[in-house]
Design a protein around this ligand. Sequence first.
Ligand code: THG
Length: 270
Amino acid sequence: MLLIGERINGMFEDVKQAIADKDKTVIQNLAAGQVKAGAAYLDVNVGTAAADQEGTMQWLVEAIQETCQASLCLDSQKFNVIQAGLKVVNPDNGVLLNSSPLNKKNDEEILDKFIEAAQQAGPKVSVITLTMDKNGVPQDTDSRVAIAAEIVGKAMEKGFDTQKLFIDPIILPVNVPNAQVQPQNILAAIEQIRYLCDPAPHITMGLSNLSQGTSERSLINRIYLAMAISRGADSAIVDVLDTELMNAVATAEMLMNKQIYSDSFLKVCF
Ligand code: THG
């Protein structure tokens, strides 16, 4: 299971404050803590408060790289912010470009740009693509799978290794009125997306979206992640500092025969 640590995101108050104060220590501590907890990648998202998003992305990447060798996941809906991050990130450590929809109403070629940027940046640069197109986020299983199939087709057309493609079916809060059916629609989509090509694309999601605004956030997150793992998800953007979540991942992986059982299976996983 490839876990992406979610904490370096301007959405969180401590990160927002650190960006405003140019306080690298807060960021560097979050980087070290998440790597220690088992993050394979660190998500880097400037949030919405910073006026200079490109400069902030570069400051965050440079601050992390000063003290940490982790692979980074450059997270922005804006391609120029991703490009800014790419200028300073070390591509040899492994990089994820997060994320692009298939296409947009006003910018039809956005996924092309992400894939081309990844190809130019080097062999260890992968792309997260959302099952979303110019009509927005689909609300049913079949549309998600259909968009995923177009994404896979585009990657193949451009000679982009499908093992470097991460498909994200976009999980949204479960408490949104009339949207409670979406988590199960997404599980059904995951089950189909993994068979779209061989080698299969990775399947990831921003897990914490699911529980935003709910009570029992950690419980909702970990149960759903275990369910998603059982259907074929092999990655997620998560709070790796949530020990119960990490134990749930280790247990789900062991029960799916991805990790061998031993009495210390919780310790050997991360
Ligand atoms: N898909 C992809 N990338 C993503 C997302 C996705 N990146 C961002 C996001 N979604 C995943 N990361 C988070 C990080 C934090 C929260 C949710 C998703 C979160 N934050 C608290 C909140 O809003 O309640 C912040 C509050 C606090 O300060 O504690 O829940 O879907 N590809």
